[in-house]
Design a protein around this ligand. Sequence first.
Ligand SMILES: Cc1ncc(C[n+]2csc(CCOP(=O)(O)OP(=O)(O)O)c2C)c(N)n1
Ligand SMILES: [Mg+2]
Length: 1028
Amino acid sequence: MHRLRTCAARLRPLTASQAAQTVGQQRPLTVASTGNTRTFQPIRCYSAPVASEPFLNGTSSNYVEEMYFAWLEDPKSVHKSWDVFFRNANAGAPPGAAYQSPLSLSAAPGLAAPQLSSLVGAQPNVEKLVEDHLAVQSLIRAYQIRGHHVAQLDPLGILDADLDSCVPTDIITSSDKLGFYGLNESDLDKVFRLPTTTFIGGSETALPLKEIIRRLEMAYCQHIGVEYMFINDLEQCQWIREKFETPGVMQFTPEEKRTLLARMIRSTRFEEFLQKKWSAEKRFGLEGCESLIPSLKTIIDKSSENGVENVIMGMPHRGRLNVLANVIRKELEQIFCQFDSKLEAADEGSGDVKYHLGMYHRRINRVTDRNITLSLVANPSHLEAVDPVVQGKTKAEQFYCGDNDGKRVMSILLHGDAAFAGQGIVYETFHLSDLPSYSTHGTVHVVVNNQIGFTTDPRMARSSPYPTDVARVVNAPIFHVNADDPEAVIYVCKVAAEWRATFHKDVVVDLVCYRRMGHNEMDEPMFTQPLMYKQIKKQKPVLQKYAEKLIAEGVVSRQEYEEEISKYDKICEEAYARSKDEKILHIKHWLDSPWPGFFTLEGQPKSMSCPSTGLSEEDLAHIGQVASSVPVEDFTIHGGLSRILKGRAEMIRNRTVDWALGEYMAFGSLLKEGIHVRLSGQDVERGTFSHRHHVLHDQNVDKRICIPMNHISPDQAPYTVCNSSLSEYGVLGFELGFAMASPNALILWEAQFGDFHNTAQCIIDQFICPGQAKWVRQNGIVLLLPHGMEGMGPEHSSARPERFLQMCNDDPDVMPNITEDFAVRQLYDCNWIVVNCSNPGNYFHVMRRQILLPFRKPLIVFTPKSLLRLPEARSSFDDMLPGTHFQRLIPDGGVAAEHPEEVKRLIFCTGKVYYELTKERKNRGMEGTVAIARMEQLSPFPFDQVKAEVERFSNADLVWCQEEHKNQGYYDYVKPRIRTTINRSKGVWYAGRESAAAPATGNKNTHLMELRRFLDTAFDLDAFKDQQ
Ligand SMILES: Cc1ncc(C[n+]2csc(CCOP(=O)(O)OP(=O)(O)O)c2C)c(N)n1
Ligand SMILES: [Mg+2]
């Protein structure tokens, strides 16, 4: 490579002064382009040495580099003139002097390189030959790069799939375009040697120009448009060229054609059946893109042949029911009963519309006779939001089965054209594709490109030529295909699956199709796309076209074709009849991720209790020791880190933990118990606040790292800690998907600062909060959201607790029955758990509880910033020993508790403000009159413990104190619940910042003044007198 670069560097064009010395004859070249005639500046100086030729710029120099490679392997593989040129260049000829016109093309091989002094000398015939060969090679390259622009991709024949209506000037769409290359019609019968970077020759090494153009057109300008020349890997480009350029490569056996026809029949007749039975129901039919079904089946068959056992899919509304029926093979009666509005749901929760539900199915692949598991991940309406979720689930399945390179588990993502181009999450997901802790080793993307998004034309929907251009960012090849040519579709799908199996990189299949109906079956498309839909009405359905083709070819008879149709119609009718027997809808039949053995057979938790989350003194000491040492030899850590580790060792000696150690104890103990822990997010390895240091870096050896958490015990589960890409939406979606795969793992996503979670709002609103209610599947993902008003300005301050609390499903106005298992039952009933721990001991417990609970719920944790290092905010081992557990509410245990009847005020608070309140109380000497209770679990609300605390301080008034603004934070959530707890017998007064639009001030002084003000209120026992 180095030699090539050196040589290529010598091939660069001369500087202006060098060029001036060598300028020879210059010929203006005229070429006709569509419509007008353009005069080009001279582009070649043929009497000048090769080195001053513009063809050595850009793409051409790549071409020369490739030729140089080929020459290195076999000097005979390049034209004689290039052989001489490379020999001279390699022999050290100065720039501009390496080119020599060969004496004769038939000169004996092995001729010694001529003296450099004799190099210059023009031989017009030979020059013309070299010139024409170069022209032909440029022409081949032009087809490889731009052939897809003229491919016939649109089945309707009215739109350009690439929005770029101009025809490239260097593609020979008419014979006058030959002039662009300095060629003319008389050259068409001349034979040209083919470069090594094309496969159009098959076994031939030279072809007449006419045939070269014909073959290029066959390869690049028919129903397949291949976009790949941006890939900067020669091997990958060659691989693709071979697949598409080799003559006759697209051959199908009659058997394959019959299978394809049968699949087209299923796809088409399924939609027709639904239309017939439920003509007034939305189903987002596939009409116009029926070849999607055979396309997916081909990808799956081919992947199964290559060893894939598990395929995880994500897709939008379009054709989803068809995919469930004909790809995943969900029982038809189950699908049909979803159309019966009278059936009652057997499961709790809201359920979801039929075209959002997920599915999991294990079966034998009929083509390969191998077991295959197919799942379709449930998703919301929010287009593309499921993409990272699918990737996370795929990664997890790969991880848990030890599939390190994606040979056994893969993902397929389907997209609509408008959504693929428009939704930023697509880009975020692509950017995860090659990151070590996020890669799924290649995803096959299939775009249902019906050239419309609801009512919007592509021209109004995107600025990129193709809807698929986003995939270029990761060098994924893009295969555009006219979806009305089912064989072309099948071929590209085979290649896509092989690409994934060979290179383990993403690939895109762009099914250019149309949408026969409106956006849904109720919609009138003629309002907005009248001409397109006039054409669509005339369009013969693809099944009919393909059947006629096969009948004409004699592959099937009309009778066989009709029998196949009746066979499938009968299957549908029978399933329809069976669906009438269904009395009840079971959403749990639509689970996308079964958790075998975790629940009872009826799907219930195995108990309604949670064991103590405490840990033995030895375990605490042992994990503490790992956390404060470097468990590998000859590893030099940074001096500052040594001090941190010493500090940790000192704390462990004193049987205390700070926040980082508390977390270490939680993660370390779970790992020891065989629970995989995965912590992902921006800069999580060190920790945004430089407190965590889970990955140590050798100061002397580049990229040498050590993860002490993986040195806790020999048979522990692995710990994954990974700095993520700078994405919230994508990465949180990914971790949510990861957490779906298994209940026996603690999966955490940490925001850099809590407020950044809102760029992942869709994952929170659409998946995490209502996921179980919509799709039955529980999820134990943990969100760590740094939160706290510390004078850092409007951003970096608030994780927006109010939003999470507003979405909790518990009723503020109903006092629940306090039973013995109340605390666990409440957790079981909630949609998510929201906590704000004030000390590391409690944080440790809530992390462990997350796994020791017999069910899974999302956990939202507002985590501290300044408390990470606050000496008062440490915990003792005593708070973490066996028998201890998470405290939902930490009651006042100080002076106030000694004479509770003397307490005049009970302040409820949560999180960091507790330390400001206790300091203020001490300063004011009010420890006997003001009690402070910490609400550590905000939701589900600790009704029982709040009640006990209020009853204990029966003479006290009640204040909720928070550092957040009044319209933010927790007040609106806790106030009605406290009132319900006390049967509305007292008021709940507010001490905190006033309502505001921004979460925090940017001015430090204002920040402190606000703090002072609300502390004054909190301790002014007369403050609320007027309001009583
Ligand atoms: C994030 C998001 N925004 C808007 C919508 C509303 N919507 C539903 S379908 C649709 C058009 C989708 O077009 P396309 O991706 O091309 O899929 P098609 O329906 O054509 O198959 C829109 C805008 C949505 N579902 N999700
Ligand atoms: Mg569309």
